[in-house]
Design a protein around this ligand. Sequence first.
Ligand code: UD1
Ligand code: UDP
Length: 366
Amino acid sequence: MKIMSVFGTRPEAIKMCPLIKELQSHTEITSVVCITGQHREMLKEVLETFTIKPDYDLNIMKKEQDLFDITLNILDKIKAILIKEKPDLVLVHGDTSTTFSTALACFYLNIPIGHIEAGLRTYNMTSPFPEEFNRQAVGLVANYHFAPTEQAKKTLLAEGKDPKSIFVTGNTAIDALKTTINPNYTHPILEWAGSSRIIMITAHRRENIGQPMEHMFHAIKRIVEEHPDIKCIYPIHMNPKVKTLATTILGENDRIKLIPPMNVIDFHNLLNKSYLILTDSGGIQEEAPSLGKPVLVMRDTTERPEGIEAGTLKLTGTTEEEIYKQFKLLLTDKVAYNQMSHATNPYGDGFASKKIIEALLQNKKD
Ligand code: UD1
Ligand code: UDP
């Protein structure tokens, strides 16, 4: 059975690499890896960490790329590879433009598609944008839906997907986390932090770039100025628009460390050492609950209600006052903090990759 895995951005790579390792360990499977290169440096870093060598690289990234650039370039370049390789199945992940364009190309060529991390929804096409469209569109054409949770399965069933095409597997993010966390981890940045409480920050969502992101950064700046016992570590996404906003608003404060994107091993271990996380990221909402770290999700919506139900995530929206208020509460109210800081794991036992492959092999026999 020839399985081609296609991905292009940092989070897809972090969650697909454990699965690819697992695919490679099965003699009855020929694994082919194609990266689109929607991200470049941020993708290379992950591939090196997990020692995955792609068979194909579409190398599409351009500075200031827009959604047309990504979609058109992937469709244009992936066609010949799919025709040449004739995979029995293509695996795509999540909700990026890489995921959507690849699924569309497979649909046009009548190649079966397996969707990893299926069934996440906000049902709000503007938030996250364009991800909500991407994942719903992939859901329309996928032959297999690998849902991370029972909740995601329910969502897919409610949309009328064939129950036999849905498999609850957990999230491969937990598979990755199992290999990266080291209880004895050290890093020079921890010496810089000393005895201060560490706040980890990330932000990158397209719909937040501009005023919402300015609000986030102003709230963070005010809080840091008022609380001398905290230090923030903010690895900035490589999008130049994000970098400009972050350095303009947060650049002057010596208790906010603005640094380039971190290697995933460092980043996971710093999450594990942190007091609190502020983010608009999707993947971090899955990782933090199993580390028992409270997360303020600086967005209006989330497709990951499991973490909210488990009590480790709270949606703050994107207004300065609400982020300020929620951030301050978790710094000053021990009871509120403790309520959010217990470890729960709605995303499985770290064997999602094995379960995905078992489901595929079983399905082939049937
Ligand atoms: C993309 C995904 C988003 C995902 C995010 C993860 C889409 C539409 N968006 O958004 O769902 O949450 O990745 O991070 O698919 N850049 C570099 N080097 C890199 C990576 C990015 O220079 O290694 C810069 C480039 O200037 C690029 C910009 O970042 O133009 C934005 O990258 P892009 O993939 O278009 O969007 P993201 O915001 O990263
Ligand atoms: N991450 C990382 N280095 C960083 C910031 C994040 O390795 O400097 C990891 C993080 O642990 C998570 C993933 O990148 O696994 C999330 O990626 P991102 O926030 O870019 O995308 P999203 O999950 O929002 O699609």
